[in-house]
Design a protein around this ligand. Structure first.
Ligand code: ADP
Length: 485
């Protein structure tokens, strides 16, 4: 099935891809993984990305060209699409527009009716775009619920369609709880049928993510730890029995990071560049930030940081509870985050109560995120669950040591202080609550006072290999093994 040059043809389908549109880690992955596959394995793979032409991309207007128009019938609906092409780091990126996508709205509306229509129509349109281009793919690599219906459609609507004969499917799970529930009206309108897999619970048979999981040839969680966790009732979101039964098609591959974009030695967003060999420069970033925030300027005061979606998942409430308990200790805290309005309010109130040592940027801002990664001493990541997590990797690359729960990708990417300080890169704790955070953060604050150990850990963290090539190679192996059958 591969092309004349023997390359595997992969369509990578995603709701977001940095730098065009990024809401969270999925955007980072979809921006970087295809590029890494292409850069490192250009002789073996022809990979292209497809995503909705969101309003935010139109506003940025990256160089793009219209390729054409196509229409298709979905149940009673005729869907008229426009297809554009752009690129991210050499990877062709197809941008699809249709009346359900063409709204002046964010990547995710938060309104299930609208999101259901947007992504159910996109899931069909991305397959029809391949037909329009006459590009016969070997692999469809879908991501999360937004594109999981394309995987399901190949097994149902397009089952006997010769154009898609033999296509193998992969579904990456970046966040299992976001399963697309609420898209049922949209699926009915567009003619999707329920999964016939008897191993799925009834509610899941007509819910996008489980439908895709049941149809996919391979299911990849974004860390080995998360691939094990989702088999349990605590993390399995009601489909753990299905996942246990089909464990043979489930695996975990840890995400990487774009080490070119996230390199403190040449990062233009920070005031002082630094590297493992020039670590002494690093502290200047903290001193500049302390000045800018009107905090006491003193390198000995540990600066705690966090860059996050403000959501329960990220354990943000435990930070708001832990910090007052540690108020007698010396620290400062800078938060960058947006999301849940109640948590946004709590963050602002905390900052108002302690303006001399707490600052909260309740917003989404790329530049500030780089500044916090580079300036902080301790990076808080008290997630209740974390499929992979990229923020802790960026923090480590910038010498900002994480204090994090021992879950999913956090446990897979952070080497805990208590194992062996000589090789440690951060602090992990298992008690996922405020008490656990208070204990772990106290240990980190104590350790910060021993700068010899601290700097050793910083160097360990900065030297950790998070490059995409390692993970990309694993994905390539999966593509190959699927095609070998
Ligand atoms: P998730 O995908 O669950 O949100 P990850 O840790 O995998 O969590 O990825 C989060 C990404 O979003 C990181 O690149 C992080 O720097 C970025 N991010 C999160 N919140 C903000 C914000 N308020 N401003 C800028 N970047 C943010």
């Amino acid at each position: 099935m591969t092309d004349k040059a023997g390359k595997i043809k992969v369509l990578f389908a995603s709701a977001e891809a940095a730098p065009f549109a990024k809401v969270g880690g999925l955007g980072d992955v979809a921006g970087a993984l295809p590029a890494s596959l292409l850069y490192n394995f250009a002789d073996e793979i022809d990979i292209r990305t497809i995503m909705p032409f969101h309003a935010v991309i139109k506003a940025k207007n990256p160089p793009n060209k219209k390729i054409g128009d196509f229409s298709f019938q979905a149940n009673t609906q005729q869907i008229d699409c426009e297809l554009f092409i752009s690129d991210i780091d050499g990877v062709p990126v197809y941008l699809v527009d249709n009346p359900y996508i063409n709204h002046d709205s964010p990547v995710y509306h938060g309104d299930w009716q609208l999101d259901g229509l947007k992504y159910a129509s996109f899931s069909l349109a991305l397959l029809e775009a391949m037909r329009y281009l006459d590009w016969k793919i070997d692999i469809l690599h879908a991501n999360d619920w937004h594109t999981s219906l394309a995987v399901h459609a190949l097994e149902t609507i397009y089952k006997d369609d010769p154009f898609f004969e033999g296509v193998k499917t992969i579904l990456s799970i970046h966040n299992l709880p976001y399963n697309g529930w609420g898209s049922q009206d949209a699926m009915n309108l567009l003619g999707f049928t329920a999964s016939q897999d008897p191993d799925l619970p009834d509610w899941a048979k007509f819910t996008p993510l489980p439908m895709g999981i049941a149809a996919a040839h391979k299911v990849i969680a974004v860390s080995p730890g998360y691939s094990r966790e989702i088999l349990t009732p605590e993390y399995g979101c009601g489909i753990e029995n299905y996942l246990q039964k089909h464990v043979g098609k489930i695996m975990g591959i840890l995400n990487g990071i774009d080490e070119d974009r996230w390199d403190p030695a040449k990062d233009e967003a920070i005031s002082h560049n630094f590297s493992v060999d020039q670590l002494s420069e690093r502290v200047q970033n903290k001193l500049d930030l302390q000045k800018a925030l009107d905090f006491e300027v003193d390198e000995k005061i540990p600066l705690l940081t966090i860059v996050t979606r403000l959501s329960e998942q990220k354990g943000v409430p435990s930070i708001f509870e832990a910090l007052p308990q540690l108020i007698d200790r010396k620290w400062q805290f800078a938060l960058l985050g947006s999301g849940n309005p109640e948590l946004e309010q709590r963050a602002s109130k905390l900052a108002e109560a302690h303006p001399d040592r707490i600052a909260c940027f309740v917003q989404y801002d790329d530049v500030i995120s780089h500044v916090l990664y580079a300036s902080g001493d301790i990076f808080l990541m008290p997630s209740l669950y974390e499929p992979c997590g990229l923020s802790q990797m960026f923090a480590m690359k910038y010498g900002n040591l994480p204090v994090a729960t021992a879950t999913g990708g956090l446990a897979d990417s952070i080497c805990d202080y208590s194992t062996d300080p000589d090789i440690a890169t951060g602090f992990l704790y298992t008690e996922k609550n405020t008490a656990g955070l208070v204990k772990s953060l106290s240990l980190a604050l104590d350790t910060f006072e021993n700068q010899e150990i601290w700097q050793l850990m910083q160097k360990n963290a900065m030297k950790t290999d998070f490059c995409w090539r390692t993970s990309a190679k694993k994905y390539l192996e999966v593509y190959k093994s699927l095609l070998r059958g």
